[in-house]
Every structure is written in structure tokens, then in C-alpha cells.
Design a protein around this ligand. Sequence first.
Ligand code: NAP
Length: 493
Amino acid sequence: MKKYQNFINGKWCDAKSGKTFENRNPANWSEIVGIFPKSGKEDVEEAIKAARTAFEKWRLVPAPKRGDILKTVGDIMSARKEEIAKLMTREMGKVLTETKGDVQEGIDTAYYAASEGRRLFGHTVPSELPNKFNMAMRVPIGVAGIITPWNFPMAIPTWKIFPALLCGNTVVFKPASDTPATATVLVEILAEAGVPEGVINIVHGGGGEVGNAIVGHQEVDLVSFTGSTEIGIKISEMGSKTLKRVSLELGGKNAQIVMDDADLNLALDGVLWGAFGTTGQRCTATSRLILHEKVFDKFMSILVDRTKKLRLGDGLLPTTDVGPCVNEGQRQTDHSYVEIGLKEGAKLACGGDIGKGGDLDKGWFYQPTIFTEVTPNMRIAKEEIFGPVLSVIRIKSLEEAINVLNDTIYGLSSSIYTKNVNDAFRAIRDIKAGITYINAPTIGAEAHMPFGGVKQTGNGHCEGGWTVYEFFSEWKTIYIDYSGGLQRAQIDT
Ligand code: NAP
């Protein structure tokens, strides 16, 4: 069994306390994937000190050179894709095709970041005065605290760390306790590719200790967090005490609308992938199906039939469609929502219990579950479950569908299946979500596009694409007066 370490100031090291924790395979709980340092405040302190010192040199490395290092990172990740994907499946359960996709997203993000090193565009703007030149350029900020969830153990850290580094910041990274192994491989690769000592640091350990210590620290200038809304609010409150810049990517309650004129086979493939891919544990997972009454019965009978055929199992096996929940707690949450749904009067169309029998007894499996007769006011229609549980709501019109879709505190992803171009454009206009798909499921973000939610899914920052570079840099405005005399803005114009 492999023993992993923290990486601080270019050196691999244990927690100062010597404490450790285990990382186990959710498909086979008796298998220990690795032993990790259970770090504390003192380890975080050392990592922040290293990052602060390293910042003074790293910020002066030309952005194209920083980009070249990230290009090498992408190359190494490509060469190790298969091996990383297998490790990821072992530590968090999703099927191998999906973990390969997760690594690929990291590779795409590396190459995008490498190319951004030769852009990082600023602005030149005419001055209101003669013989004067105005420009604004982006500059690094300082030490970035990066705190990530377990559901995309490679992609999400890369969305944050690569732009942070490219912009000239240094990083203290705390990955989720459920996925520390993939995160460690990412840091290994960054170091191998030539990221200098102190520029990237990883500190393993619990959110309450390591996460808190990062967010509360005076010397951390910005925090990028992805996780639950509950923890996001705490981070926002704590970060505000030192006026940190904080980016939050939080929960979702995403819905797919299927109108009566939709291509039903396409919509079926979409909802199956959206609801049960990654065992429903995506921030963009389809948690609600908003289905037109004219196609309701026909659609439901095929959907339930196809859902019952999905094969639960170890994500490493080619026969598996749906892997386990990430841990026992998440499976309990899923089941508690099934009990809540039943009490609220919804009807189970399939699933509703843990996955049992044979190898399923070794892990945290939950049957793909569908509720019908769900009304928009039920908790299963409003709250994030983060498991393979789909709530189906019947609607009569596009207007009703959009109202139902918008009726949650979240606003991450959304989708509509229709052949009517007018309805599609109305949906684009009226749906309150950061992402809207037309004739595609709620999942499927591409690395070079903005990614983020509205309402209580976030706090207005966007990851992905060109937008994330706004978060990891700040503007410096420069006026160059070459008139040789005093020119007073607003007065001498
Ligand atoms: P979580 O419990 O909020 O944890 C996220 C991260 O925060 C983990 O690294 C966790 O550490 C850490 N943490 C916990 N308590 C903390 C504290 N007091 N201070 C600082 N850090 C703390 O979320 P999760 O269960 O890992 O992930 C699932 C959630 O993430 C869902 O709500 C999902 O919707 C959301 N998510 C959102 C997006 C998006 O882009 N909008 C993407 C993916 C996931 P430990 O692991 O050690 O507890």
C-alpha cells in the first residue's frame, strides 16, 4: 500500500504531527488506495510561507515561459492518462471511460493555459489629453488557496491551478479527503514539468483543519473553492475577514426539459447520461426531468426500462455502467432523500434501494432511482441530492417548464430538447442558469468555455475558458505622459 506525502517548498514531507488518514476504494471498501498525511495548521503555515517567498520570483517569469511549463504538464498528463484514470476510478468510483475524460479535461486545460501565456491581453485606450498614452495590463495577485471537491479529482484542480500559475500566482492546494491520490499525481507532474520550488504546494487533510487554515490566513490573497453551498458560504464569510478575493463554484439542481416535439430517443440518451453518469455525482448532473404531458407515458416507460438495465459495479470493469457512491455518507444521503420523496407523496418508478448482492456488497452502491408524480414544491425537486436519483415533473407548456426549472435556489446547468427553434431561443433567454444546452444533456462542459452558475451556485466568478483568467489576475492601469508638462485630467482637456 502506497504512502503519500505533502509537497511543500519543493520537498515531499509528512505532516508535522506524523498523523495519517486512509483513502479507500468505494467499490471495495476493504481496499486501501493509500495512506496520506493528516496535516494541521502548522503544515499549512509552512506551505503558505513557501508560496509567499516563491511568488517574488515566479511573478517575474514571463507568462509565455510559464505557459511552456504548462504545455509540458499537458504532455506528461497525456502520457500517463490511462494510469491516472485507473487510480482515480479506484479512489472515487466513477467508470474508467469517465475518469479518462476527467484527465482529458485536465490536458485540454493545460494546453489552453499554455496558449494563454502568449495572450493575457490587456487594453490600450486613447487618452483624453495629447501626448499621453493609457493602458491597462493584468498582473499576478499573490498566493492562491485552492480547495477542491472529489467528483472531478483532476479536472477541477486543473481548472484552478493552471490559470493561477499561468497568471503568475503561487499555490497552496488542499484536495478533497476522498481523492488525495489523483491530486498528488497532478502535483508530481507539475514538479516534473519544471514548476519551481514553493510555487505549487499540496497539503492533505480535513477541510475543518487544512481548509480553514488556508482560508483564514492573512498571507493568502485569493481562494478558489468548488464544493457544497454550505461550505462555500462559510468560506465566503471567513475570506471576507481579510478581504480576500474568493471564487465559489457550488451546488446545483439541474433540469432537463423535454418538449412534446423533441427527438425522444435523443432526449432519452441525454437524460440517462445526465442523471446516472458519474452516479449522479456531478455538479451539473440532471436531477430533474421536466417532461411534457403529451409524451409523458411513452417517454417514461422507455426511460424506466432502460434505467433498470444499467449495470452497477466496479468502475474498472468494462461491463459497468454506474459505479458506486463516493462514500457511505453520500449513499446514506441518497437513501434519505428517497425516504423524503416517498413521504412527500412521490412514486418510485424504479430503484430506491442500495445495490446488493455479490461484489456490490463490498462497496457503496445505490440503484439508479426515478421518482414520478413529483411536484415542484417537494424537497426532492428543490434540494441537491448528488446521487443517482431523478425526479420527474409533468408540465403542459414551455412557460410552465421554464418556471419549474427556475424554481430552485441554484442556477448551474440546464437543458431543453425541442425541434422548435422559437422555443429553444425563449429557453435560452428565460432560463436562469449559467449554462444552457439545446438538444444535449446538462453535462458536457468544454475546457475553453466559461463555466459557472448563477443564484446560489456561485458568487459571480466563472471558471473555464478566458473568464477564469480574470479571477486569477488583477488590473493595473498605467498612464504615460510624454508631453513634458503637467497635464491635468478633466481640467486641461
Ligand atoms: P464539500 O464537502 O463542500 O467539500 C469541498 C472541499 O472543501 C473539500 O476539499 C473539503 O475538504 C473542503 N472543506 C470542507 N469543510 C471545509 C471548511 N470548513 N473550510 C475549508 N474547506 C473545507 O463538497 P464535496 O462533498 O467535496 O463536493 C460535492 C459538492 O460540490 C456538491 O454540492 C457539488 O454540487 C459541488 N460541486 C460544484 C461544482 C461547480 O462547479 N459548481 C463542481 C463540482 C462539485 P474534505 O474533503 O477534507 O472535507
